[in-house]
Design a protein around this ligand. Structure first.
Ligand code: G3I
Length: 326
């Protein structure tokens, strides 16, 4: 049976999100199946610059070295987000918001330090993450970035990243990317960036999906719509939860046969779609490696286990694996 990276080698990269633990403990599984990695948390601003001008590059350096030693790519995640920013970033020594100029300077300094350190070694960066508002009239989510800088913080982030590494592919990355209302907002946001000549090269579809949502129709409509932008598409954080939204059960100790069957059916159709649009989709990353660990174990129900991947807790192929590696 072919490994994931062998099976999809002529189509797209197959990636996994790694963390400080799995990069050490799952080496074999990682190099067997994947040719791309993303740091799940370790390259986010709160990890990279926990204090002003004090950068902690050790774990990220190790991940990049691991990727290079094993002929893998690394997707950089992420530079500008409303979440996992260090506390000091938006405030002065008195705890007041900094000025627009000061925040732009801090943004530029952060992006320049991180992106230029890995210049030529990170092929794609999620420059701005999750800036679009999920529902309603507002285009952009409320955040310190908007409050202090204004809507053009996104333009600046991409410009600073491009200056630091002109060859890196720069992505806008978001979730609920396949829901019609948000899809259109993301499309309009990116279209606006392109119209203004902002250096952006791709759209990241996070793909945090479950057994029932989103529908295949909505996912295909999203892929088609984003393809019209003429940019690369990356599936950046894929997982398929075995629980529906709103299912808050805590007593499920293992996935049922039906869950695994439905999950396999979903994965098969998702990868059929990715293959259909392989001209646009150049990378597909799972937000983890195997069911041994997933952020979904704690979300949205604390302490509840989930089984969202195609490799089981022992790293062995699940029914979903067999359906995508046909
Ligand atoms: O490191 C601390 C640990 O010291 C502490 O004991 C523990 C107690 O809760 O928390 C640990 O930090 C957690 C961190 O993950 C590392 O495990 C944080 O609480 C927790 O909030 C953090 O969650 C991460 C989440 O982003 C933050 O929003 C998830 O691991 C990570 O998978 C998730 O990734 C995001 C993407 O970046 C963007 N798209 C959505 C995706 C899923 O939420």
């Amino acid at each position: 049976m072919k490994t994931l990276k062998e099976h999809f080698k002529d189509k797209f990269l197959v990636g996994a999100a790694v963390n400080a633990y799995t990069i050490d403990h799952d080496k074999e599984l990682l190099t067997k199946h994947f040719n791309s990695i993303t740091a799940e948390n370790e390259m986010k601003p709160e990890h990279m610059q926990p204090e002003p001008n004090k950068f902690t590059f050790e774990v990220a350096d190790k991940m990049i070295q691991f990727a290079e030693d094993n002929g893998m790519q690394l997707r950089g995640h992420t530079l500008v987000w409303h979440n996992q920013m260090p506390d000091w970033f938006f405030t002065d020594e008195n705890g007041n918001d900094v000025s627009r100029e000061e925040l732009l300077k801090r943004m530029k300094d952060h992006i320049t330090a991180v992106v230029s350190r890995y210049k030529g070694r990170i092929h794609a960066w999620d420059v701005v993450n999750e800036a679009v508002e999920d529902r309603g009239e507002e285009m952009l989510r409320k955040s310190k970035w908007i409050d202090i800088i204004g809507e053009d913080f996104i333009d600046y982030a991409f410009k600073f990243a491009h200056e630091a590494d002109p060859d890196a592919l720069l992505f806008y990355n978001d979730y609920n990317e396949s829901h019609p209302e948000k899809r259109e907002k993301i499309y309009q946001l990116v279209k606006g960036l392109l119209d203004r000549g902002v250096p952006i090269h791709g759209v990241g579809l996070q793909a945090h999906w479950n057994l029932y949502d989103p529908s295949y129709e909505n996912i295909e409509a999203a892929i088609k719509r984003y393809s019209e932008l003429g940019l690369q598409l990356h599936v950046t954080e894929m997982d398929v939860s075995v629980f529906e939204f709103g299912d808050e059960r805590t007593d499920v100790k293992e996935p049922t046969k039906e869950m695994l069957h439905l999950q396999a059916e979903r994965y098969e159709r998702f990868f059929d779609l990715f293959t259909k649009y392989q001209e646009h989709i150049t990378s597909v990353t799972f937000w983890g490696i195997s069911d041994a660990y997933t952020w979904l174990n704690d979300f949205p129900v604390r302490g509840r286990k989930n089984w969202p991947f195609v490799l089981d807790e022992k790293g062995e192929p699940k029914p979903a694996y067999h359906r995508i590696v046909k």
